[in-house]
Design a protein around this ligand. Structure first.
Ligand SMILES: *[C@@H]1O[C@H](CO)[C@@H](O)[C@H](O)[C@H]1NC(C)=O
Ligand SMILES: *[C@@H]1O[C@H](CO)[C@@H](O)[C@H](O)[C@H]1NC(C)=O
Ligand SMILES: *[C@@H]1O[C@H](CO)[C@@H](O)[C@H](O)[C@H]1NC(C)=O
Ligand SMILES: *[C@@H]1O[C@H](CO)[C@@H](O)[C@H](O)[C@H]1NC(C)=O
Ligand SMILES: *[C@@H]1O[C@H](CO)[C@@H](O)[C@H](O)[C@H]1NC(C)=O
Ligand SMILES: *[C@@H]1O[C@H](CO)[C@@H](O)[C@H](O)[C@H]1NC(C)=O
Ligand SMILES: *[C@@H]1O[C@H](CO)[C@@H](O)[C@H](O)[C@H]1NC(C)=O
Ligand SMILES: *[C@@H]1O[C@H](CO)[C@@H](O)[C@H](O)[C@H]1NC(C)=O
Ligand SMILES: *[C@@H]1O[C@H](CO)[C@@H](O)[C@H](O)[C@H]1NC(C)=O
Ligand SMILES: *[C@@H]1O[C@H](CO)[C@@H](O)[C@H](O)[C@H]1NC(C)=O
Length: 610
């Protein structure tokens, strides 16, 4: 006991001595503070969870690793750590530190790792981290910091990893990150930030990974990450207010992985992903995206992994994965998918791992391609399971034998019922419907082809549309709608077609012309356009037309004659006896179909003067 006391006394004296001369010595390397564990080999001192309220005495001066986590330290003052010049790792997490003095760590120029996690810091004063030029990792998460001030980290030019999450951060000042030229990883989470300005991020030129989690940000500004050309991974997780990612918000990035999860996005942000040609992994899990649209990811030519777990996905359209030639892992676990057709892929050759479990799969011919590959595909320990038809309900796809293969997994080609010939003659303006009901397994999709070879589906707007039961409806029929319509019912088993013809008879010509005029007058109520009414209202007789034409001609000739007389008088008056002169004028058909001025438009009048 006495020797130990003596040793400690010696140490204290030595402290004092060192404070004066700033000289390093290792005479006292055997010392270990009471209640702490020390390792001479690693030069480490661990005082974790010892209820210490101040720095313990007896810490050896050449300590490299000091663990003071889960104690009751309340502040770090300038002098406290001054003697431990050799310190490389310092863990102060889980204390109640609320005050950091400027230059608190300034003497620890060999410090590599500093953790101040789970303390009571409200503010990090300027200069707190001054001179820590060798620091590579700093953890400030789990405090109560409200604002990050300008220049807070300006000396930390070796810092590679910074955690500022789980604070009450409401604002990050524009120059807060200035000086962090080596920062490679940044995590900001569980804050009250409503935006992250592109200017504050613009100082982080070396950033490789950026994680932004649990934030109440509702939109990303255009070019939010524009200066982060070196960024390889971006995580946007738990942003419940995010509903839309604009076209330019990811501009300037060259990511290899992107994760946008637990947001309120309802569709794949196709246009925002356009420039990410080097993306190899995309995680869109836990977003309410119910439809994966055709070519939604078309520009991600190097994509290898796509995760869309638990996104309420019910439809994967044909060519939804079009353009993804290298896709090798597809995780669609826990969705509402009834099927996954081979036609969704550009090519399934590269596919190695497929998770399709926890989907209400219909085991018909559409899943045959998976069944055929069931021995080579990796289901990641969770093979897809049939939900229907009832005969195979609950069976896993990899449990079928080869012989059972073609008893199940079949489709029934569509068959159009009631093939009565439909030939309809209608008047202009009427509503016309053609029936087309089809049966098949799976339920066929019905669309129509117009005489102009236009595809009409249930989504077509305008006068021609297809009702949910397959009926084609032509509203306000026009003469140009006449012709043969083809109904096509198609499913994975094949297709069936059926023809119908429509003849629309027009109105008498002049009445139709006038009818047109009434349309323009704003009297447009198509259901009211009865032929009789229209023709009664506007009948013009031939006499009127002839008289008005003749009047027009006489007027015209009169004007021309008058002009000639004027010219004649004028030339006489000037005494210039020219024998020839020509008059040019343009003649345009006023109401011609296409007032084509060139042909027969300009005419030349030549006149000889005597
Ligand atoms: C940083 O660490 C290196 C050794 O890795 C050392 O040579 C250098 O002096 C340290 N820098 C400072 C400012 O202490
Ligand atoms: C941050 O948000 C949480 C919960 O929304 C709230 O309890 C807290 O007071 C907010 N902090 C600040 C500084 O606004
Ligand atoms: C997400 O979007 C839905 C519908 O657009 C809306 O009802 C809901 O409130 C949104 N959720 C949040 C957290 O904003
Ligand atoms: C994008 O990153 C890839 C590596 O992931 C690199 O090969 C490529 O040159 C980068 N492109 C640009 C424009 O920086
Ligand atoms: C995708 O994101 C979800 C939700 O954040 C996460 O649980 C999952 O591990 C991620 N998947 C991969 C492969 O990173
Ligand atoms: C697919 O997603 C599930 C659920 O998130 C996860 O447990 C599994 O590890 C993922 N599999 C692969 C191969 O990513
Ligand atoms: C209908 O099926 C035939 C062969 O069965 C196929 O050639 C044709 O492309 C299909 N048409 C449509 C519109 O699906
Ligand atoms: C009615 O007006 C439309 C639009 O200007 C035109 O296309 C159509 O040919 C006109 N109909 C008749 C019968 O003149
Ligand atoms: C068309 O006329 C009918 C009956 O006169 C009327 O009920 C309807 O509202 C009118 N529609 C339009 C678009 O004016
Ligand atoms: C239009 O014709 C229908 C029958 O097609 C008739 O019931 C209606 O009374 C007519 N309306 C007018 C304004 O003439």
């Amino acid at each position: 006991m006495a020797t130990c006391l003596g040793q400690q006394l010696g140490c204290l004296l030595l402290h004092w001595f060192l404070l004066q001369t700033v000289m390093v010595s290792s005479i006292c390397s055997q010392g270990c503070p009471q209640r702490c564990e020390c390792s001479a080999k690693y030069k480490s001192v661990s005082c974790q969870g010892k209820r210490l309220s101040a720095l313990p005495d007896g810490i050896s001066l050449d300590t490299k690793v000091l663990d003071l986590s889960d104690n009751r330290l309340r502040w770090v003052e300038h002098g406290d750590l001054l003697p431990y010049l050799r310190l490389e790792e310092l863990d102060l997490s889980g204390n109640t530190i609320s005050v950091l003095e400027p230059n608190a760590f300034a003497s620890l120029q060999n410090l590599r790792t500093l953790s101040l996690r789970r303390n009571q810091l409200k503010l990090v004063p300027m200069g707190t981290f001054s001179r820590l030029t060798n620091l590579t990792s700093l953890d400030l998460s789990g405090n109560k910091i409200v604002i990050l001030l300008d220049f807070t980290f300006q000396d930390l030019r070796s810092l590679r990893k910074l955690e500022v999450g789980d604070n009450d951060l409401v604002y990050i000042s524009n120059k807060a990150f200035l000086g962090l030229v080596a920062l490679r990883e940044l995590t900001i989470e569980r804050c009250n930030l409503t935006s992250i300005s592109s200017q504050s991020l613009s100082y982080l030129r070396s950033l490789v990974t950026l994680r932004l989690r649990y934030l109440s940000i509702s939109a990303l500004e255009d070019q939010n990450f524009r200066k982060l050309g070196g960024l390889r991974g971006l995580e946007i997780d738990h942003w419940p207010l995010l509903e839309y990612i604009s076209t330019h918000s990811l501009q300037g990035l060259n990511l290899s992985w992107l994760s946008i999860t637990h947001t309120n996005l309802t569709s794949v942000p196709t246009s925002a992903l356009r420039n990410l040609a080097y993306l190899t992994s995309l995680n869109l899990s836990y977003n309410p995206i119910s439809v994966l649209e055709s070519w939604a990811l078309r520009d991600l030519v190097r994509l290898k992994e796509l995760h869309m777990v638990n996104t309420n996905l019910v439809t994967i359209q044909p060519y939804a994965l079009g353009g993804l030639r290298q896709i090798s892992l597809l995780n669609l676990s826990t969705n509402g998918l009834v099927t996954l057709e081979e036609g969704a892929f550009q090519s399934v050759n590269a596919l190695e791992t497929l998770r399709l479990d926890r989907n209400p799969l219909a085991c018909d011919c559409r899943l045959l391609w998976i069944l055929q590959r069931r021995k080579t595909l990796n289901f990641d320990g969770a093979a897809p399971v049939c939900s229907s038809p009832v005969e195979v309900q609950g069976r896993a796809l990899n449990a079928f034998s080869d012989s059972a293969l073609f008893d199940h997994f079949t489709c029934q080609k569509p068959k159009i019922r009631n093939r009565r010939l439909q030939q309809i003659t209608a008047r202009e303006g009427q509503v016309v419907s053609f029936l087309c009901h089809a049966e098949g397994e799976p339920k066929p999709i019905i669309f129509w082809i117009s005489p102009q070879r236009r595809r009409i589906t249930t989504k077509s707007g305008g006068r021609l549309t297809v009702l949910p039961d397959g009926t084609l409806e032509v509203r306000y029929a026009q003469v140009t709608d006449s012709g043969t319509y083809i109904c096509i019912a198609s499913n994975a088993g094949g297709n069936d077609t059926y023809f119908a013809t429509l003849t629309v008879s027009g109105l008498p010509l002049d009445a139709a012309l006038m009818a047109n005029r009434t349309y323009y007058a704003g009297d447009l109520n198509d259901t009211n356009h009865n032929d009789t009414r229209v023709s009664l209202k506007f009948t013009l007789d031939l006499k009127t037309i002839l008289i008005s034409t003749a009047m027009g001609c006489i007027m015209f000739l009169g004007v021309v004659l008058f002009c000639f007389i004027l010219l004649f008088v004028w030339s006489r008056g000037r005494g210039q006896h020219k024998n020839n002169f020509s008059v040019e004028y343009s003649f345009r058909k006023v109401d011609g179909p296409a007032a084509s001025g060139g042909q027969g438009g300009a005419r030349k009048f030549n006149m000889k003067m005597i």
